[in-house]
Design a protein around this ligand. Structure first.
Ligand code: URP
Ligand code: ZN
Ligand code: ZN
Length: 460
């Protein structure tokens, strides 16, 4: 099957030009003006539209046993949501708990995705315990093409690891050339601040932020920088919410630490006042690290514009308001953490970042696609529009005007954190390896078309 996408404004992290793209099989085989369609080709007119490389979300949770419950999406709803929103590759956190075996966990997470996902996928392998057996399993996992780890410096007693485990994980990563993605918060401070607030009767969702203030996150980043400096491993700070945390990473970078910074869509468009909404509505906006004050939003956009922050992910972690967020009605520490946004990321960043002049087109593509491909061993197969690259393409309509709503979303969750928000553009056609999966903004594709992307270590 071949596909000819005609007259689109092809826009990558570095280039912008009008041309046709021919996709044969799964691959881009020609780019040029006035390309002739092979006899059986489907022709898509992209005049007046952008053609972006498929967007990559390098931090999602689809299957997540967490805080006494399970995240709501599976790869059916999650991959459809990703695709309708222009995301053609998901990198999910494979998150075993401390007592689980990593190889079994990887097989479990894989079984949720394989044969179901409509988009391509890979995993970051969480290290929730470190001993000789785990080390051996991690070596095998990297050989199987899962070339990135995840660690949590938060969530004491759940996913969190101690400093000896942190040290050993980073040393192994350095030896194997694997990048380590890290959730950075000081877990002792979180636990003690939570206890004090609850003891003082401060139980509502508005107290989630004061239990994990900016300094707690910056301290976590500083801690990671010290360990990365002394082990030489390459690290990636996930879901960075504020300027002080960025500065802690930048200080490490100035000392020679190989560190990259991720932020996530919710921090760019939401602030702490959402978590302060009355009648427990604020619970919809509880995630960790928490939403911050508005000035940090400006800092994040500026750090994206200067490319100090490399990537925009989502940290998609969907929990229903009814029955799940409500578990923490009398105690904010029991509210399952997470804000669903895998479907909305690209449109939010396009509308509230690019169209508001906070970042330019190339930074938009770089942060939402190219950097993730480069950092996680997928480039140039993914993350660009080039000969030989996978035909993952997003024909993006800048003239579309619409609103986000729970009623029309693909995500399997009973609310939208962005209910009624206008968007000024959307993907009209989305392809995954040459197959049209979205047309006119609707999923028309095939579940199970998605493939596991194996990745080789590149961080030596
Ligand atoms: O609130 C969050 N971030 N939930 C998902 C788990 C994590 O920390 O990434
Ligand atoms: Zn996290
Ligand atoms: Zn996460």
């Amino acid at each position: 099957m071949s596909l000819l996408i005609k007259n689109g404004q092809i826009t990558t992290s570095s280039d912008e030009y009008i041309a046709d793209i021919l996709c044969e099989g799964e691959t881009i085989t020609a780019i040029g003006r006035d390309l002739k369609a092979p006899a059986s080709a489907e022709v898509i007119d992209a005049s007046g539209k952008f053609v972006f490389p498929g967007f990559i979300d390098p931090h999602v949770h689809i299957y997540l046993p967490f805080m006494g419950t399970f995240s709501k999406d599976d790869y059916d709803s999650g991959s459809r949501a990703a695709l309708v929103g222009g995301t053609t590759t998901l990198i999910e956190m494979c998150c075993p708990s401390r007592q689980d075996e990593p190889l079994e966990a990887l097989d479990l997470w894989l079984s949720k995705a394989e044969g179901v996902s409509a988009c391509d996928f890979s995993f970051h392998m969480a290290v929730s315990r470190y001993d000789a057996s785990v080390e051996e399993q991690l070596r095998q996992i990297v050989k199987r093409g899962i070339a990135s780890f995840k660690i949590f410096l938060a969530y004491k007693g759940a996913f969190g690891i101690d400093d000896t485990e942190l040290y050993n994980t980073l040393r192994l990563a350095k030896e194997l050339g694997v990048i380590v993605t890290a959730h950075c918060e000081n877990e002792t401070l979180v636990t003690e601040l939570q206890k004090r607030l609850i003891a003082d009767g401060k139980t509502g969702p508005e107290w989630h932020e004061p239990s994990r203030p900016v300094r707690v996150e910056a301290e976590g980043v500083h801690h990671l920088m010290t360990f990365a400096e002394l082990t030489g491993s390459h690290v990636y700070v996930v879901h960075t919410s504020n300027d002080e945390a960025i500065q802690a990473a930048v200080a490490g970078r100035r000392r020679g630490v190989n560190v990259w910074i991720e932020t996530v869509a919710p921090y760019l468009v939401l602030d702490e006042t959402y978590a302060q909404k009355a009648n427990f509505e604020g619970a919809k906006y509880v995630m960790s690290p928490p939403l911050r004050s508005k000035n940090h939003q400006d800092a994040l956009w500026n750090a994206l514009a200067s490319r100090t922050v490399s990537t925009i992910a989502t940290d998609h972690a969907p929990f229903d308001f009814k029955g799940q967020k409500e578990m923490g009605r009398d105690d904010f520490t029991r509210i399952p953490n997470g804000i669903p946004s895998v479907e909305d990321r690209v449109n939010l960043v396009y509308t509230y970042g690019l169209r508001r002049g906070r970042i330019d087109l190339h930074t938009f593509v770089d942060a939402c696609s190219t950097q993730a491909a480069k950092l996680f061993g997928l480039f140039p197969r993914k993350g660009t529009v080039a000969l030989g690259s996978d035909a993952d393409l997003v024909v993006y309509d800048p003239d579309y005007r619409g609103k986000i709503s729970q009623k029309t979303q693909q995500m399997n969750v009973d609310y939208s954190a962005f209910e009624g928000w206008p968007i000024e553009g959307r993907p009209s056609v989305v392809t995954v390896r040459g197959k049209v999966q979205v047309r006119d903004g609707k999923f028309v594709g095939q579940l199970g078309h998605g493939k596991l992307l194996t990745r080789q270590p590149t961080h030596h």
